[in-house]
Design a protein around this ligand. Structure first.
Ligand SMILES: [Zn+2]
Ligand SMILES: [Zn+2]
Length: 298
């Protein structure tokens, strides 16, 4: 029996802010478009993964664990179709022995992190609370193919799923069996010239306001999603880093396929944030989410 465990500061959010806050769903409306931060359960890591630059086998020697941190999925109710960025995992991942896949990657996944998700807070259940049926999601964009980002794919057989071509061909720490049988994603690799700090990107919407940009390092072809509004640009950063504090400091802890590349990616995002009004949202940073979705009253 898995104990449900949540960070205390999330539980103390007054429920009056939104009826769905108590379910870990946070909503912001910009340009009449709803943007949701959805908590799809929780993950914790060995501390060395968050605080050191040790490789995976040394990280495994650390017997201490971090606090639980959320696994966020992001939803944009865009006029051209609903967009989901990352799918979280499903409740099966709460039992490490039930994680799909064997081999070295499967073994590492079982020992590097713990996941706590019950059926009431996986992405499919959370979307239903918002009145969104997964079949009505037009695009699912995956930042990368780690389990806590791609494990919920099975809910989206009708959506166009967008994955970096290189990530698909050369995934890092891929666990075989994570893909549903019907999985046939749209692979992107030839990016458009978008100028600015990222130079290249995949423009998803006709309006040109949702753009996928390469942010490699955590995995070889990790990507992030930008949503440009008349106000800030929302930057859904996946695991480009753990927190906005790491973005500021440029510290790249944990397990990365290429740490120098990850550092370069953070330099680029920092430069972009210097030149633009950016809401930076890594997938596991509760403070960044709260600052963006629950600003303190002035
Ligand atoms: Zn990852
Ligand atoms: Zn992650």
């Amino acid at each position: 029996m898995v104990q449900r465990s949540q960070p205390v500061d999330l539980l103390t959010v007054p429920p009056s802010i939104s009826p769905l806050v108590e379910h870990g769903i946070f909503t912001r409306v910009v340009d009449n478009i709803k943007i949701h931060a959805i908590t799809c359960g929780w993950i914790k890591y060995r501390n060395a993964h968050i605080h050191s630059v040790l490789g995976p086998y040394l990280v495994l020697l650390d017997p201490t664990w971090s606090d639980w941190v959320p696994i966020f999925s992001w939803v944009i109710e865009h006029p051209e179709g609903t967009i989901v960025v990352d799918t979280g995992e499903t409740s099966r991942a709460s039992r490490p022995e039930a994680l799909k896949g064997g081999g070295m990657n499967g073994w590492l996944n079982k020992h590097l992190a713990r996941i706590n998700i019950d059926k009431s807070n996986d992405l499919s259940a959370q979307l239903r609370l918002l009145g969104i049926h997964p079949d009505n999601v037009r695009w699912v964009v995956l930042t990368h193919l780690h389990l806590d980002h791609a494990g919920g794919l099975e809910y989206f057989p009708k959506s166009e799923i967008i994955v970096s071509h290189q990530e698909y061909v050369r995934p890092y720490a891929f666990v075989e069996g994570v893909y549903p049988a019907w999985f046939n994603p749209k692979l992107i690799g030839h990016y458009d010239d978008i100028g600015g700090e990222f130079e290249q990107g995949h423009v998803l919407t006709r309006a040109g306001d949702v753009v996928i940009v390469p942010t490699p390092g955590h995995t070889l072809s990790h990507q992030s999603v930008m949503f440009k509004t008349s106000g800030p640009t929302f930057f859904f950063a996946g695991d480009a880093c753990f927190s906005s504090a790491h973005l500021q400091s440029g510290f790249v802890p944990g397990i990365n396929v290429d740490r120098a590349m990850a550092r370069k990616t953070l330099d680029r995002i920092r430069e972009f944030a210097r030149n633009n009004d950016v809401v930076f949202l890594p997938s596991h940073d509760i403070r960044a989410m709260k600052a963006a979705f629950m600003p303190e009253p002035a």
